[in-house]
Design a protein around this ligand. Structure first.
Ligand code: THG
Length: 374
């Protein structure tokens, strides 16, 4: 029998959990101490549905760390090597948070709500504790809290149509990674064009527990003809899209320069950031790359090899049904990457070779054409 997850008060449920269970969730993970669905009808079925229709995702586990006060910007800038000094209100920024050694503490979306009010929409580590520690140590004039906010994502090609029905035509004007207060049943809540898929969509930062159920129900009622369904961050889609997962593809022991996040590190900037001195000195010895194996395989060992020697590890992987190939992210020795075009993996059918490629995957350049399901 598959092991089961014992759920208690320590594992937070969300105002949407009753709806998620009624919708037939098949598997959960725990993320920021909170339930996160990983599968409804099956990874592949969920994947195709996400690519064709619209899904509603309970991503309440993306907790908001709210940083308010005159030193809010100063604290956030200490945590990230990305220059936020010119950030405009109403914008979202994907930012690595790094420790003084350059290791990745988290990779949230930083949201500037007003001059002195920011949210960090965090991945799976306890950012609030670190932020509070820094605020105390640096004697900053800020308040750091985890407010009652439960993000609900609406993702997929029909997301905009559905959102316009529920929130009004004005949602269409929200640009990618912009955020705007919208009204639902007279309550103002932030809505951003963002989400952990590349199929397009929005995230609603629900701030009133009593509206969670009604909002979920209304999205399903208004989306019937759009084939709306329950969903969750999908392993296949996010690997295919090159979206990195904290704790899987990166963490304290990797730097943003090793993980392909260098565009979010401003090495030349004169900002006051804890990690920049170390990152300026840092010469990566490993690099996160894509690997493409030209068939469906069952990988039985996460090491990757050249001439029988271990040169790196697979950090995430999935079979991509749209392209008929097995995709993986590998954290691999840079010295090896400079001389090799392929890596070997151990599969249940023996050793197989995969092609090393850049991230995000460029399927066109790889000569792969997408298929649609029967
Ligand atoms: N939405 C919200 N909070 C989150 C996530 C989210 N917190 C946890 C986790 N996801 C944070 N990680 C990411 C990683 C990638 C992106 C968003 C959050 C992302 N990246 C785009 C890309 O890579 O193309 C855009 C980056 C950019 O242009 O700046 O969207 O999903 N609320």
């Amino acid at each position: 029998m598959m092991p089961q997850l014992s759920i208690s008060r320590r594992t937070r449920s969300t105002p949407f959990t009753s709806r998620v269970e009624a919708a037939g969730v098949q598997a959960y993970t725990v993320y920021n101490h909170t339930l996160l669905a990983t599968k409804f009808r099956g990874f592949e079925e969920d994947y195709w549905h996400l690519c064709k229709h619209v899904q509603v995702w309970d991503v309440s586990c993306e907790k908001q760390v709210a940083i308010s006060g005159p030193d809010a910007y100063r604290l956030i800038q200490l945590m990230t090597p990305r220059d936020l000094s010119k950030a405009r209100i109403g914008r979202c920024f994907y930012v690595p948070l790094c420790n003084p050694q350059g290791g990745i503490v988290n990779d949230p979306i930083a949201i500037k709500l007003s001059e002195n009010d920011w949210w960090l929409s965090i991945a799976d580590t306890d950012v609030m504790l670190w932020a509070q520690g820094l605020a105390t140590g640096f004697r900053l004039d800020v308040n750091v809290t985890e407010p009652d906010v439960w993000p609900l994502a609406v993702q997929g090609p029909k997301a905009e149509t559905l959102m316009a029905r529920v929130f009004g035509e004005d949602v269409r004007n929200i640009k990618f990674f912009n955020i705007k207060p919208m009204t639902y049943q007279g309550v103002s809540m932030q809505v951003a064009r963002s989400g952990w898929s590349k199929q397009g969509g929005f995230e609603i930062y629900v701030n009133d527990e009593s509206l969670a159920g009604p909002l979920w129900d209304e999205l399903f009622a208004q989306g019937q003809d759009l084939n709306v369904g329950p969903g969750c961050p999908n392993l296949i889609e996010r690997v295919e899209s090159g979206l990195l997962s904290l704790g899987n593809d990166m963490g304290y022991d990797t730097t943003p320069l090793e993980c392909g996040l260098e565009q979010y590190v401003d090495l030349e900037s004169d900002i006051d950031s804890l990690s920049l001195p170390a990152l300026r000195q840092h010469t990566p010895e490993r690099q996160l790359k894509g690997l493409v194996i030209n068939q469906a395989v069952e990988i039985i060992d996460l090491n990757v090899y050249v001439d029988g020697q271990v040169v790196g590890q697979i950090t995430s992987q999935a079979y991509a049904p749209k392209y008929g190939v097995h995709l993986a992210f590998v954290l691999c020795s840079l010295a090896q990457l400079n001389v090799s075009l392929t890596l070997d993996v151990n599969t249940s059918q023996g050793t197989m070779s995969g092609q090393i490629t850049s991230l995000p995957f460029n399927f066109n350049r790889l000569g792969l054409t997408p298929t649609t399901p029967a």
